[in-house]
Design a protein around this ligand. Structure first.
Ligand code: PHE
Length: 338
């Protein structure tokens, strides 16, 4: 008796295992016949129940019928699963379909122009340095001869993090950090993001600058003029006309604004150059002795030149773009063109 009951459970278990490992509908059909067919294992089992003591027959008979039902269900389930699952031979490659192309990314136009600017200046002999975007009042203003309450601070709409911490308003802050670390000769450029609270067709609250600094004995305004002329000729083209216009920055003396003849109208006057014929592209000058004193450089021995340019401005002129905000809207239809 014990033996018979155990065996039906064993049969049940084995049948389930076989169903699980079957890989096609044909073997499920064969299994179904083997277990539930007219001469199948379960059917045989039922037939042999008559050999059991009469009081045990109903109980065992009931169990065998349960197993039968359950296996029948399992076979049907397995058949359905295997018949809907495509077999390997159904997969075919349709060689006439067009290929799927991979969308390739590219460098952002501002990154491209930044790299171009740096490449030209590296050839002239500058090394690249970087500095923090969250800057202290000291590096962004104070050490650059822009004391607190100086009217020059109005030139820049500053994002203050706290009384003494700002988002740098220009890459000139890196000038001071470099000079604190190095003794002349210094020949460094510093690209990076800068921040000003300003937003319109030609201003975004975040934009990019490249700073230049050169300090040594005997550096003159002539060096400044030569370097920037060479730079502009490589950045735009060799026929580009430059003009050095007197200007003011607290950290340079004398200071100059470098204009180029309008690349759109060639000086005739148009919307891009506000009908002046000229475009302002670089702020520059000779490092102010007060800045040297702040970093402990000997002002009787060294002179230096410094310049700073806006990357977006140069990119807009090079590509003929009239709205700076397009660079940061991340519309791939715009960005894909560069
Ligand atoms: N920092 C100035 C600006 O942001 C540019 C500048 C750099 C001018 C170096 C002179 C020397 O406008």
């Amino acid at each position: 008796m014990e033996k018979v009951e155990k065996t039906i459970e064993q049969i049940y278990e084995e049948a389930f295992k076989e169903i699980k490992f079957a890989t096609d509908s044909e073997s499920i059909k064969a299994l179904s016949i083997r277990y539930l067919g007219r001469k199948g294992i379960i059917t045989n089992f039922l037939r042999n129940i008559s050999n059991l003591p009469p009081e045990k027959r109903p109980e065992v008979g009931k169990r065998v019928n349960e197993v039968k039902k359950s296996l029948d269900k399992a076979f049907k389930h397995a058949l359905k699963r295997l018949e809907t699952k495509p077999s390997q031979k159904d997969y075919r490659i349709d060689v006439s379909l067009p290929g799927r192309t991979i969308q390739q990314g590219s460098l952002h136009p501002i990154t491209q122009i930044t790299w171009q600017i740096c490449e030209i200046l590296e050839k002239i002999g500058f090394d690249i340095a970087e500095g923090p975007e969250v800057e202290t009042d000291h590096y962004n203003f104070e050490a650059l001869n822009i004391p607190k309450n100086h009217p020059a601070r109005d030139m820049q709409d500053t994002f203050y993090i706290s009384d003494n911490i700002v988002l740098r308003t220009h890459t000139s802050s890196i000038q001071v950090r470099i000079m604190e670390k190095l003794t002349p000769p210094v020949r460094v450029i510093a690209p990076g993001k800068v921040y000003r609270c300003d937003s319109d067709l030609t201003h975004t609250p975040m934009f990019h600058q490249v700073e230049g600094l050169m300090v040594d004995e005997g550096i003159s305004f002539g060096d400044l003029k030569g370097i920037l002329t060479t730079f502009i000729h490589h950045m735009f083209d060799e026929k580009t006309t430059l003009r050095f216009r007197p200007s003011f920055f607290p950290f340079t003396e004398p200071s100059a604004e470098v204009d180029i003849l309008c690349v759109m109208c060639r000086g005739k006057g148009c919307r891009v150059c506000s009908h002046t014929g000229w475009l302002e592209v670089i702020g520059a000058g000779m490092v102010h002795p007060a800045v040297f004193e702040n970093v402990g450089y000997d002002t009787t021995r060294y002179t230096g030149l410094a310049f700073g340019m806006g990357v977006e401005r140069i990119a807009m002129l090079k590509y003929g773009i009239d709205d700076i905000r397009k660079f940061f809207e991340n519309d791939s239809r715009f960005l894909r063109q560069f």
